[in-house]
Design a protein around this ligand. Sequence first.
Ligand code: DOR
Length: 432
Amino acid sequence: MNTTWLIKDIRPYGEAAMDLLIRDGVIAELGAEISAAGAERIDGGGLVALPGLVDLHTHLREPGREDAETVQTGARAAALGGFTAVHAMANTDPVADTAGVVEQVWRLGRESGLVDVAPVGAVTVGLGGTQLAELGAMADSAARVRVFSDDGFCVADPALMRRALEYVKAFGGVIAQHAEEPRLTAGAQMNEGIRSAQLGLTGWPAAAEEAIIARDVLLAGHVGSRLHVCHVSTAGSVELLRWAKAKGIDVTAEVTPHHLLLTDDLAATYDPVYKVNPPLRTASDVQALREGLADGTIDAVATDHAPHSVEDKECEWGAARPGMLGLQQALSIVIMTMVESRLLDWRAVADRCSTRPARIGGLVRDGHGTELAEGAPANLVLVDPAARSAVDPAELASRSRNTPYAGMELPGRVVATFLRGRPTVLDGKAQR
Ligand code: DOR
């Protein structure tokens, strides 16, 4: 039986305080002084309520690297971070390039009961970059895949990229490109610039990202298809996206929390926790990314949550795998970089972290990213924006420990998350 929940005194979108009644998985009432006999009662105490967050870019590592993360542990990290849906990237082992693998990941997500897991399908067989994967079969599967990406690798062949863009039009799909011209990043270890020269590490130039974005927006415009750009990291990329959108090209883009906060200065520590792909960039890139997210040129925040085992991460910089955890601290970083700086208000946070990612990923059909309103599915998060606490890697839900935020005092405590009217997090604790 579905429990009825009466949440008193919350502030939807940070606006006027009201009460919210959840019944049968939907928001049954939203207004002043609601009473409901027999309902479980939560005292919201002025918490901010937002629609459940939606991540377009999560690495859950199952199947294949369950030592780093499983769907269950990743789903718990997601729920604790305020997410109700995540897109699971395809670079698993085996690769999610068939209906069988995407259905397996989708089922594991359902079994977690904590978050909806929408598998991303690979664009090319084995992420090999030469042969299109079974995009149609993955779209028709029980997982109903709509986002396709070779993330971790770029679809570098322009003819293949064009064909992929054309193919997914048939079922309203989108190609999410990891924009990295591989010929320009061979052996790269960090952002190419003054810092890489000082440290003697091979650089990953901004132009390697920007060249692919320029190429792909032209291709998307030419064939009239939808393009999504993963983890945008440079000021030049923001400019290109602004130009493409002004031309009417159907392109969307995401930025990660870590690219909104951290810079390539951190490479000087040689601590591989700061190694990530695309790499941390300069302070002026960070500023341009914040501005691009604020003005909507960048549509969404996406975590690129990339758990790695101790063996793969706690070694010398050159040998370490790129990637960092993101799910549990994403909202805190958005609050710190975008809300406290007044670049985004809460409505805009909901737009960039829930509404737009749900639309891009095709998850509105499942009740994600919808307005907090009577009759809407009860997917929501309650957050205390003022509560600050230090990040302790040992306390994270992820199976991995590679957080770049260890020891940082971050604002924003997720107090509760509801998925279809059922709490997945209550009083800051996961319910499974
Ligand atoms: O840093 C990264 N890690 N970037 C990627 O594109 C892939 C990801 C991973 O799978 O670890």
